[in-house]
Design a binder for this molecule. Structure first.
Ligand SMILES: Nc1ncnc2c1ncn2[C@@H]1O[C@H](COP(=O)(O)OP(=O)(O)O)[C@@H](O)[C@H]1O
Ligand SMILES: [Mg+2]
Length: 264
């Protein structure tokens, strides 16, 4: 299972990506979370402290990895297949929530066509990472939609597009949906987050209906999420938080075949 999480900045991608990765780990998967945001912050959501998070070397700065994958002696000729085992053993950081974390680091726009080594390795990791049945990979993507080329579309089983009731975030969700759909991605789902009341939930539902988006779930707003983040703790360890429970339910929904929506 390989799931990508996208959406406007601040809508809750990192909380949801982290919660899914944790949920997959708890369900017995070898769970890998890939932080592909150029301002990475998934580490703390997965339970690492500030100091530990700061120590992580992003893939784009990992000279040894770049050398081993791109040092074929021929310029532009790279060895770019990865298995989860290789990556987990050599380049991931294990986290208190049982998830192995890989931080990509800053890459130039995926759409720029730059085949410089860090870009090539990150692209390859996203696209060619071979995932076995007992493995789950969750990608925390950045707001930009440059990642969504045909290669990424083929490589991902499902993409969750996160939005709140703010029309701007819904418009970005639709844009991402249309790009991903044009790239051939089939399993695209809208997830409403930070939902404070029924009116906000209804606004998200009606936007989805009018614009042909499939609504997978509505995750409620919970002040305790903000408080945990403020204290540098991960909200994901607080099982009493309804938002955290809903994200866990999304894990089950994704594991059904076919995927079953919790809302719609
Ligand atoms: N369901 C929720 N209830 C309350 N606060 C939330 C919820 N989801 C996310 N947040 C808060 O919103 C902010 C942005 O969340 P984050 O996951 O970092 O978004 P993104 O990765 O999309 O930028 C954080 O401060 C987080 O604590
Ligand atoms: Mg984020």
């Amino acid at each position: 299972m390989k799931v990508a999480v996208s959406g406007k900045g601040g809508v809750g991608k990192t909380l949801i990506a982290g919660g899914l990765a944790k949920g997959f780990a708890e369900r017995g998967f070898k769970s890998i979370a890939i932080d592909a945001d150029s301002s990475p912050n998934l580490a703390m959501t997965l339970g690492l402290g500030v100091e530990e998070a700061r120590k992580i070397t992003p893939i784009t700065e990992n000279k040894e990895l770049l050398e081993s994958k791109t040092g074929t002696g021929y310029s532009g000729v790279y060895r770019l297949s990865f298995t989860v085992d290789d990556i987990v053993r050599d380049y991931s950081v294990s986290t208190p929530l049982g998830v192995n974390l890989i931080v990509m680091g800053t890459v130039q726009s995926m759409g720029s066509g730059c085949m410089c080594a860090p870009n090539a390795v990150v692209r390859a990791l996203l696209r060619h990472l071979v995932v076995e049945r007992d493995e789950a990979v969750v990608l925390d993507l950045e707001a930009g939609v440059e990642h969504i080329g045909r290669g990424t579309a083929r490589a991902v089983d499902a993409m969750l597009i996160i939005a709140d009731s703010n029309l701007k975030s819904l418009e970005i969700a639709k844009h991402i949906h249309d790009m991903a759909s044009a790239a051939g991605m089939k399993q695209l789902y809208l997830v409403g987050n930070r939902v404070m009341n029924e009116a906000q939930g209804d606004a998200i539902k009606s936007y989805a209906e009018k614009n042909g988006l499939t609504l997978l779930a509505l995750v409620p707003f919970d002040q305790k999420v903000i408080e945990a983040d403020m204290n540098g703790e991960t909200p994901l360890l607080h099982k009493e938080i309804t938002a955290v429970q809903t994200i866990d339910d999304i894990c089950d929904a994704l594991l059904k075949n076919p995927i079953q929506t919790l809302q719609g």
